[in-house]
Every structure is written in C-alpha cells, then in structure tokens.
Design a protein around this ligand. Structure first.
Ligand code: UGA
Length: 447
C-alpha cells in the first residue's frame, strides 16, 4: 500500500453506494479517497461517524481507517486516483426519467489534467455511457476512460453482496479499461460478465425491473389467494422449488419500496417510451405495487368499519428491515391515507427516524407504546422485534386486538390462538368473532 502517489480508487458520492464501495475496496487492500459535496457529511465521516445505517459498515470503515480518507475537494480525488467511481444519486425527475445532474457535475469538476478511468456505479439509463464519452471529448478529457460497472447491492446485506457477488458486470468501450476494472474484482469468487457499455447499463435496469415484476406477480397471486382460499406462502414455496422459477423474491407483502426498484422500474419504462416502445408489462408492475400498499386500508375497514376516530399503529416504517431508509416506503403512503380517512396514527420503527414524511402521526418509543389504545396494529416492516407481537401484553394494551400483517411475519394460527383477529397477505382471513363488535361495521365477508 503506497502512502504517497496514486491513491488507487476515488469515489464520488459518500452516500450508501459510495460508502459501501469505498469501505469494501479499502478492505480489499486499496487506498481509497471518498469525496462528497456536503461538508457536514465529510466532517462526520472524518470523525468516525457513519451517516447511514448499514450492518457492519461502521466497523469496516473503522478497521480500514488508515486506507480510506474523506474530502470535499474533487481535484484531490482526481489527482490521487487512477479509478474514479461515480456513486452519486440519480433520483427520478417528474417525468420518471433519471435525473443525471449529479453525474454531469462530477464531469464538470474533473480537472483538465485528469488521467484516470471513470467507473459508473450509479444506475443510469442505457446510452448514458455514450453521452459521458461525448462530454469527456468535448471537455478535452479524451484521455479519461469510461466503464459501466453497475452495483447490485441490497441494503442491509450490502457488504456481503459486494464481497460475495452473484456476478460482476463490466461494460467498457476499450479493452484496457475493462481489464483495469476487472483486476479489482479478481480476488472475489464471482463470475465476471464483460460486455459492451449499453448491455451493462441494461443488465442493471433489467435485473431490478425483473425482481420488481416477480414481487408484483406474487402480490397479485396473493390477492387472488385471498378470494379463493389458497395460502400464498404455500403457493410461493411450491413454486420456488421449480428450478426454473427459484425461491427468491416471491415474498408477498405490502409492495416494494426503497430508493431503487420504484425509481429503476419507472426509469426503464420511461427509457423505452422515449425510444418509441410502450413497455406495457412495467406499467402493470408499477400499478399493482401502488394498489398493494393501499390494500391494508381496505382490510382495516373490513374489520373496523369507518376509520375516522380509530387509532392505528404502524409498526415498522423503513421500506424493509435492516435499514433506516424511508424512501418510497409503504408506511408513508399508508400514514397519509389513514390520516386522510380521519384515523389517528401512531408509528414505531427501531431505526428509521422520519422527519416530514409522516407528518400528523405520533412517534412511539416501542411497539407496545405504539399499540396502546390502538384499534389495529399494522406490520409494515418485517423487523425481528415484531415477531412476538401476538402476546398477551399487546392484546391487553390494544382497544381492539386486530393485527394486519403486511409482511406475513406472524403465524396466523398462533396469533388467533392468542386472541387476535389476524389478516395477512394472501392467507386465509381471520374469524371475525375474535373481535368485539364495532359501532358501525361494514358488511363482513362470511368465511
Ligand atoms: C435492490 C436490489 O435487490 C439490489 O440488487 C440492487 O442493487 C438495489 O436494489 C439497487 O438498485 O441499488 P434494495 O432496494 O436494497 O436492493 O432491496 P431489496 O431487498 O431488493 O428489496 C426491495 C423491496 O422489495 C423492499 O421493499 C422489499 O421489502 C421488497 N420485497 C423484496 C418484497 O416485497 N418481496 C420480496 O420477495 C423481496
């Protein structure tokens, strides 16, 4: 490890992808310099505070303190690194296209003397590589190489995904650039897919869109299970054993969220549309997902009648367990819908700390506090802390012992045996006799 000269790897963007990528490359023995434009973020990182919740990340950064540094100065990164990883955000615009302004800013900040290869980790539309190449030429930076190397990191297990990937995808214009990036991953036991830039960009978008499609598919199967008496958990297990199908991403629930699936599915749909192709399937995937988040409201009404004046506890706010990320979380849509129905909303999460997202809801310090006096508890995120929700203490604290399990986290039989009315997703519904009579019940569906 050279203490002077080339740092090896520069990272633009100290967000979730940038920090995980930087920490993992440092762990693999590279010298890494991470650059961000937010001074407080850089100050925090220099002081050893990690601004995001990702299992094992703080420890990994701490262990590699000697090899990783943080800066606000783009010139410092360009001067020290031979590989410049672009890990900036590409959020959706109002049109559903990806907003690439942060990517262009990185390009604008590269000093004229930069001699490095730019490696795109951020998720970008197909064709971005061509545009970056042209922009580099136009700026007199023709000597800067370009590689598409999309990330396949899943929040909450990102370090494992980086160190033990299913595959590494490298799309390059020039063989030399591909080989330089390839060498970084050679220590990992993973197939390397070396391809052209367009295909690498599409592999990323298509992978996320396909996984989202599986989720919307199983959610629709779950909805049909509810009206036909089948149990989606049994159905998914039975389907998943077919090797052509496989068991992954067949968990029915409250719909997918997060910073990736909603954005990337919409970006791919938009990309197709902009190129004159109507991607019909993705329209349905998106619509099914939106409706899935709202089905909880129907289930609550089925048991409680009108929701005005009812107190509903939302348990779990993050878009999935293992993260504090609230982006596109079902909790946000649900809280807004319930408040609009006139319900009171209490909310709990072990790590997510909403700012404005859940305006109007009361935040509780524990699941028990959230359910006290509640007419229903809704499991929104599959946190382990909620696995023993169906217990006496909770039942006595609630005004009405109803659990709507948006993640099929609990055992329906055990919940019913413990005196709760239970509604999962795609599972046989609870006997309504478990609930005391409400003042103005909606017509109830007989079992
Ligand atoms: C996803 C992909 O899994 C990563 O491979 C990809 O790199 C990443 O997006 C990205 O583009 O950066 P992530 O958003 O962290 O990762 O989370 P997932 O674990 O994929 O879950 C996404 C959403 O789908 C969550 O809301 C989750 O609860 C939901 N989900 C997942 C289901 O509802 N059912 C399932 O069976 C699986």
């Amino acid at each position: 490890m050279a203490e002077t000269g080339k740092a090896g790897i520069g990272i633009f963007g100290a967000g979730w992808v940038g920090l995980v990528t930087g920490a993992c490359f440092a762990e693999l023995g590279h010298r890494v310099v991470v650059r961000d434009i937010v001074p407080e973020r850089i100050d925090a990182l220099r002081a050893g505070r990690v601004p995001i919740h990702e299992e094992g990340l703080s420890e990994l950064l701490e262990r590699n303190r000697e090899r990783i540094s943080f800066t606000l100065d783009a010139r410092e990164v360009a001067a020290q690194a031979e590989l410049l990883f672009v890990c900036v955000g590409t959020p959706p615009t109002y049109s559903g296209d990806a907003d690439l302004s942060a990517v262009w800013t990185v390009l604008d900040e590269l000093p004229a003397e930069t001699r490095a290869t730019l490696v795109m980790k951020s998720t970008v539309p197909v064709g971005t590589g061509d545009k970056v190449r042209a922009a580099l030429e136009a700026r007199g930076l023709g000597q800067v190489g370009y590689v598409s190397n999309p990330e396949f990191l899943s929040e909450g297990r990102a370090l494992r995904d980086f160190m033990q990937p299913d595959r590494v995808v490298i799309g390059a214009f020039a063989e030399n650039d591909a080989l330089t990036v390839r060498a970084l991953y050679e220590g990992l036991d993973a197939p390397i897919v070396q391809t052209d830039v367009h295909s690498a960009e599409m592999i990323k978008l298509a992978s996320n869109a396909f996984l989202a499609t599986r989720i919307s598919f199983i959610n629709e199967i779950a909805n049909v299970c509810e009206v036909t008496g089948a149990d989606v958990e049994e159905v998914a297990a039975g389907m998943g054993l077919d090797r052509r199908i496989g068991p992954h991403f067949l968990r029915a629930g409250i719909g997918y969220g997060g910073s990736c699936f909603p954005k990337d599915v919409s970006a791919l749909k938009q990309l197709a549309g902009n190129s004159g192709y109507h991607f019909q399937l993705l329209n349905s995937v998106i619509e099914v997902n939106e409706l899935q988040k709202r089905r909880v409201v129907g289930k609550l009404k089925k048991h409680l009648g009108q929701l005005a004046g009812k107190r509903i506890a939302l348990l779990g706010l993050a878009y999935k367990a293992g993260t504090d990320d609230l982006r596109e979380a079902a909790s946000i849509v649900l809280a807004a819908r319930l408040l609009a129905e006139g319900a009171e909303v209490s909310a709990w999460d072990p790590v997510a700390r909403p700012r404005d997202e859940l305006r109007g809801a009361t935040l509780a310090g524990s699941p028990l506090e959230a359910v006290t006096g509640a007419d229903a508890a809704v499991i929104v995120t599959e946190w382990d802390e909620l696995r023993d929700l169906a217990r006496d203490e909770v039942r006595s604290a609630m005004r009405t012992p109803l659990i709507v399990d948006g993640r099929n986290l609990l055992d329906p039989q055990a919940a019913r045996a413990a005196g709760f009315a239970y509604e999962g997703v795609g599972r046989p519904t609870s006997p309504f006799s478990a609930l005391p009579e409400t003042e103005s019940p909606e017509p109830r569906v007989p079992r």
